[in-house]
Design a protein around this ligand. Structure first.
Ligand SMILES: Nc1ncnc2c1ncn2[C@@H]1O[C@H](COP(=O)(O)OP(=O)(O)OP(=O)(O)O)[C@@H](O)[C@H]1O
Ligand SMILES: [Mg+2]
Length: 337
């Protein structure tokens, strides 16, 4: 059985993931409240574009760290805002490199790339990586309420996402051939720990100072991602929690996601099976639903064998507002013991 008290006591980073609508935000929030009530200093972060935490907690939160309960802060990262901030940083960096005649073109390219599929991910991932590092001192536990599964799994390809991104940014710059060669270090398959190590490679030589500075910045970012990946893979530090409902599609998606994390050596702490129908004598309709659900629960046992699970009942009402989340958090801790 999944023991949440233990996770809260031992880990520094909890990632809560799962298919859309299964209860990620609700459960991530309830866990965060439970941890704060257990004496941890907690930061709850949502990476969803919608104002999901604000809706769950029934109070405004937004892009600034906001105190929502004793020892519990919350933060909503907005992908659009993050992309803008990210592109602005990239622009400030690259304009030093671009000639005066290229600045407009650079700006145009950056605006275009803000629409590219990787941009929001790259921006959010960088912010998450920075948060993880910067909050070490201030918080005992970080709880991430992540966007639906596929998205979250991109975390595992951090350096790859970033390499694709920088490549895209630099491709258009004709003067950057040498720099491009240096940046080839950033693509997957090279030693990321020390990209300069290759003794036969002198591609950084001959770069002017501005190019060198840009390369250094990109390398620093890559090192940051590398450290994040290492933390995520460290079972004593981090844990991935899946939320699913006893239904066919969430089960299949979770099974795939767990396998994908396993292949990437990312530890999965367990799964929370949400919205389990309570055992009531009511109508033939619900009796049939419960029977179907029973089969799905058996399927979960089979497909997620070896993974610690816990069940959370379907409640009469939505779980909304701080009081309801505190109650659910207490329920989660007592259910695990
Ligand atoms: N066990 C439960 N019983 C009753 N209602 C629940 C339960 N779990 C979640 N809910 C409700 O279901 C709705 C969706 O939950 P939630 O927002 O946490 O899902 P999500 O996985 O974060 O969704 P999204 O993928 O859109 O971010 C919310 O209104 C929430 O209050
Ligand atoms: Mg959500």
């Amino acid at each position: 059985m999944l023991n949440l008290s233990e996770l809260i006591a031992e880990k520094r980073l909890l990632m809560v993931g799962g298919k859309g609508g299964v209860g990620k935000t609700t459960l991530a929030s309830a866990i965060a409240f439970a941890a704060a009530r257990a004496g941890k200093r907690v930061l709850l972060v949502s990476t969803d574009p919608a104002h999901s935490l604000a809706d769950a907690l029934s109070r405004p939160i937004g892009g600034q760290i906001t105190r929502v309960y004793p020892d519990l802060d919350a933060l909503e990262l907005d992908p659009d805002t993050e992309v803008d901030a990210y592109l602005e940083r990239v622009f400030q960096q690259m304009r030093k490199y671009a000639g005066p005649d290229q600045v407009n073109e650079l700006q145009r390219q950056l605006r275009l790339s803000s629409q590219s599929p990787g941009a929001q991910e790259a921006a959010i991932l960088e912010r998450m990586a920075r948060l993880i590092e910067e909050s070490e001192q201030r918080y005992d536990l970080l709880v991430f309420d992540t966007a639906p599964t596929g998205h979250t799994l991109r975390l595992l390809s951090l350096p790859e996402v970033m390499a694709a991104w920088t490549d895209g940014l630099l491709k258009h710059n004709k003067r950057s051939e040498k720099l491009g060669k240096a940046l080839a270090h950033l693509t997957p398959g090279r030693s990321v720990d020390n990209p300069m190590k290759d003794p036969h490679d002198n591609s950084l030589e001959g770069l002017d100072d501005r190019s060198r500075e840009l390369t250094e910045t990109l390398l620093a970012r890559q090192r940051l991602f590398q450290r994040t990946r290492r933390l995520l893979a460290d079972a004593s530090h981090s844990a991935f929690l899946f939320v699913l409902t006893p239904e066919k599609l969430p089960i299949l998606e979770t099974e795939r996601a767990v396998e994908s994390l396993r292949l990437s050596h990312i530890p999965v702490a367990g799964a929370i099976i949400n919205r389990v129908l309570p055992d009531l004598e009511d109508s033939a309709f619900w009796a049939a639903r419960r029977e179907r659900q029973q089969r799905h629960l058996e399927d979960i046992q089979h497909r997620l064998a070896g993974l610690a699970t816990m069940r959370v009942p379907l409640f009469e009402d939505d779980v909304q507002g701080i009081e309801a989340l505190v109650q659910l958090g207490d329920h989660l801790l007592s259910a695990g013991t």
